[in-house]
Design a protein around this ligand. Structure first.
Ligand code: AMP
Ligand code: GLY
Length: 429
């Protein structure tokens, strides 16, 4: 049997985890990561091409006879990398994990996602969408709601486009800033005002080809920079999988009420979809509500869900592309994975780069995924806000957390910071 050449696009901890998992597959021939980081270089070959540079990717894919392209982040998807391949005679038969532009709208436009959910009866908060021309109506709508107020820029705003306002006055000011003064540029030309959902958040995942789907393990992400979920939102400071408050019964509701209707909804709407679905959920009194869709895996959720998947990930990707996904039975490790993210001091605001990272090789009880690193000579240096993700699998939550914290403290660079309370809130379940 011919082995598979894979190109993985991206450079974060999520991509290192995907690359690490793919590198274990007996079905793999060559694995390339564009552009990758110092961690992916150890399990594949980095290629200095941006995921948004479709022409250079085309050249590379043809030169290296790539069979499968896996798209890590959302940007290339929203920009239409999958459509670009389908429109090209030489590329159209290459399999891609990641939806076409039409499906990527689930993440690219909050208004599109909300309309989709309402149309297909998928549980989500009540909402209305406003533009500059309907700002007055928007303010009138705010007055009909109870605080807090949830305002969402329609487009991609690097994870910053959602505002939770405590008072009506603050919400009015922010809505005006977004619509009239383009606070988030083009992304806030439209703003979704949404009912506040009071509950506890988690992330659910599936992979689909538009007909079949496979539910993947869920995870809880820790978005805020500070201890006790305080301070600014980040890309994610850690993750836990499985999620103790999302038991079998709850996850069955997620599949029946959210995952299945989403895949069926895409089909009914004539939207082809091959790739990951990421459901940002709120558990409200044991019922799931969708707060957002993403069209990729989460980061740092990936760093705790992939270590729990026993199956060959490449086999799952190939089955997705070949229409054989139903034949795959997911086998999960029952243990708990705890991921702690080490970041650069100052992140998510300004931070220094180029700091030498030491102690990586001393970690032997946890997995180390590089999030923002590069290598210079023999050194691994920091090159991003989120720098290293440390994941431990252990028999219980506490043991996994304790070991991840210990491993994280073995890794040092100037001004390194991590949250010491990842997963602690889950001990009560
Ligand atoms: P998003 O970018 O859509 O994930 O939103 C960012 C964060 O805002 C989420 O992680 C939630 O904590 C919060 N959020 C979004 N929508 C709602 C909502 N309807 N009710 C309560 N919190 C929300
Ligand atoms: N951890 C959240 C995300 O990847 O969007």
């Amino acid at each position: 049997m011919n082995k598979t050449n894979v190109l993985l696009i991206g450079h974060g901890g999520r991509e290192h985890a995907i690359a690490w998992k793919l590198s274990q597959s007996p079905l793999l021939n060559q694995l390339y990561i564009s552009p990758g980081n110092a961690g992916t270089q150890a399990v594949g070959t980095n290629v200095p091409i941006s995921g948004n540079d479709f022409e250079s990717i085309k050249k590379f894919v043809l030169e290296k006879k790539i069979d499968l392209v896996v798209v890590g982040p959302e940007d290339p998807l929203v920009l239409g990398i999958h459509d670009y391949f389908l429109d090209d005679e030489l590329l159209k038969n290459i399999s891609i994990i990641g939806p076409q532009k039409a499906g990527a709208e689930l993440e690219g436009s909050k208004d599109f996602a909300k309309q989709f959910m309402i149309r297909h009866g998928i549980p989500t908060g009540a909402y209305q969408t406003f533009t500059k021309d309907t700002l007055t109506e928007g303010i009138a709508f705010l007055k009909t709601l109870n605080p807090p107020y949830v305002l969402k820029a329609d487009g991609l705003a690097a994870g910053k486009g959602v505002l939770i306002c405590k008072t009506l006055r603050e919400a009015e000011v922010e809505l005006t800033e977004m619509l009239a003064n383009q606070k988030f540029g083009k992304a806030s030309e439209m703003v979704v005002i949404e009912e506040f959902l009071d509950g506890i958040e988690l992330s659910a995942f599936a992979i689909t080809n538009g007909h079949e789907y496979l539910v993947l393990p869920e995870a809880k992400d820790y978005k805020r920079i500070g201890i006790g979920d305080t301070g600014t939102n980040t890309g994610g400071m850690g993750s836990i999988s499985p999620v103790p408050f999302a038991g079998k019964e709850f996850m069955q509701k997620v599949e029946n009420r959210v995952i299945k209707p989403t895949v069926e909804g895409l089909r009914k709407d004539g939207i082809p979809y091959q790739g990951f679905l990421f459901f940002g959920l709120m558990n409200v009194k044991d019922d799931p509500f969708v707060i957002e869709y993403n069209v990729r895996l989460g980061d740092p959720e990936t760093e705790s869900i992939l270590p729990r998947i026993k199956n060959d990930l490449l086999e799952i990707f190939l089955a997705t592309a070949d229409g054989n996904l139903s034949k795959i039975k997911l086998e999960t490790d029952e243990r708990t994975a705890a991921c702690v993210m080490i970041v650069s001091g100052g992140y998510p605001g300004g931070y220094a780069k180029g700091k030498v990272i030491t102690g990586l090789e001393t970690v032997d009880k946890s997995l180390v995924f590089h999030a923002g690193t590069s290598s210079i000579n023999a050194n691994v240096i920091s090159s991003g806000g989120r720098v290293i993700a440390v994941t431990t699998l252990a028999d219980d939550l506490n043991a996994a957390i304790v070991q991840s914290l210990e491993s994280a403290s073995q890794i040092t660079f100037e001004d390194a910071y991590f949250r010491s309370d990842i997963g602690k809130d889950l001990m009560q379940y």
